[in-house]
Design a protein around this ligand. Structure first.
Ligand code: NDP
Length: 327
């Protein structure tokens, strides 16, 4: 099999020199194990954090070891009860073409009549992040004015559509006219192109009455603009701060003191906090997908070789919707 290894820790935006695609020997199939041929691999912004040698909610990638990440593949050999060749599974041994894993770390895809790669997108971590972040962490309700940044991305595009389906007014931000048009097509009431004007100016024009909920994917100047426009008792669901992932210096905030006057409640979250509620998630999201209220869009790179390029593309905004690699 072949697997991407991290060969050195990146400074700033990762380069091709930080990664190497190497042959690996798969271990023999012990009891309770499955051999999986991967078909879809996920690249996600959080992986950038795992490339640094710092303690966080997931351990760092080890130098010269195979990298990991979400993947969907087909079981080709099994010694585990309940798993047979041909089963489609979701697991974490991504960044490689084939893997042998303990079957307890693999999940058979739920029996929903959808394309398997959706379990890496709107029916996977991406969709769950949007769903629980908006409705649980952000406590967003019908009638609220919701601002979501990186709205043309995987999580953001799901947030826009869930919010519209639940009767909210939605303002999305994205970089460039083409992406803004896409966000509009998802039903957003207002869209701000942060590359055409400062986000603060754009958000002030798009939300003359202010915002009740901010779903943060970007951090930095986007979060600052949300402070500036927050209404009384606004809720901020802090999902990600991609603007800072390749920077050594933290962002600074001009409007952060509005947290006090406006009684803003900010809460960070990790999607795994909601693991016990996945049945609810599949039911609700399955319905939104079946009813056509939730469209899924992907940007697909072809071949295992393209993994680092696909990953880096997240930081240049190359993707519309979920970024995936097909092998
Ligand atoms: P996306 O599909 O949204 O891809 C990243 C997007 O971020 C790009 O397409 C780009 O869009 C935008 N972006 C990149 N750099 C910048 C920048 N400097 N300023 C503004 N926008 C930028 O990725 P995901 O949907 O997978 O993730 C979105 C966010 O959610 C990330 O912050 C991620 O870390 C977080 N996340 C958090 C989880 C959790 O459990 N807390 C789980 C999953 C994701 P554009 O072209 O519009 O700039």
């Amino acid at each position: 099999a072949r697997a991407w290894h991290l060969t050195s820790r990146p400074q700033g935006l990762p380069t091709n020199e930080n990664f190497a695609l190497k042959e690996i020997d798969l271990p023999p199939l012990g009891p309770g194990m499955v051999r999986i041929r991967n078909q879809w691999l996920s690249v996600d912004p959080y992986m950038r954090g795992r490339m640094n040698d710092v303690k966080s909610y997931v351990p760092p990638f080890q130098i010269d070891q195979p990298m990991e990440g979400g993947a969907v593949g087909e079981v080709v050999e099994s010694t585990a009860a309940g798993f047979s060749p041909g089963d489609r599974v979701l697991h974490m041994a991504g960044w490689r073409d084939e893997a042998v894993v303990d079957a307890r770390t693999a999940n058979k895809l739920p029996p929903l009549q959808v394309e398997p790669h959706l379990f890496l997108g709107n029916l996977g971590v991406t969709g769950a992040t949007a769903y629980f972040g908006l409705l649980d962490v952000g406590q967003a309700k019908a009638g609220d004015i919701v601002f979501v940044s990186a709205a043309a991305g995987a999580v953001g595009s799901a947030v826009v559509q869930i919010a519209k389906a639940k009767g909210m007014t939605v303002i999305g931000s994205a970089g460039g006219e083409e992406k803004c048009e896409f966000v509009r097509s998802l039903g957003a009431d207002q869209v701000v192109d942060y590359k055409a004007q400062p986000i603060l100016k754009g958000l002030a024009a798009a939300a003359p009455e202010g915002i009740d909920v901010y779903f943060d994917n970007v951090g930095g100047d986007h979060l600052d603009a949300a402070f500036a426009l927050a209404r009384m008792r606004a809720r901020f669901a802090i999902c990600g701060m991609i603007e800072g992932y390749n920077k050594a210096e933290p962002a600074s905030f001009r409007f952060i003191m509005r947290v006090i006057a406006m009684r803003i409640r900010m809460q960070g979250f990790i999607v795994f906090d909601f693991q016990s509620r996945m049945d609810e998630f599949y039911r609700e999201m399955g319905q939104l997908i079946a009813s056509g209220q939730l469209q899924s869009r992907e940007t697909v790179h072809e071949g295992l070789e393209s993994m680092p390029d696909a990953f880096r593309g997240l930081f240049s905004g190359e993707n519309v919707g979920k970024m995936l690699v097909r092998i």
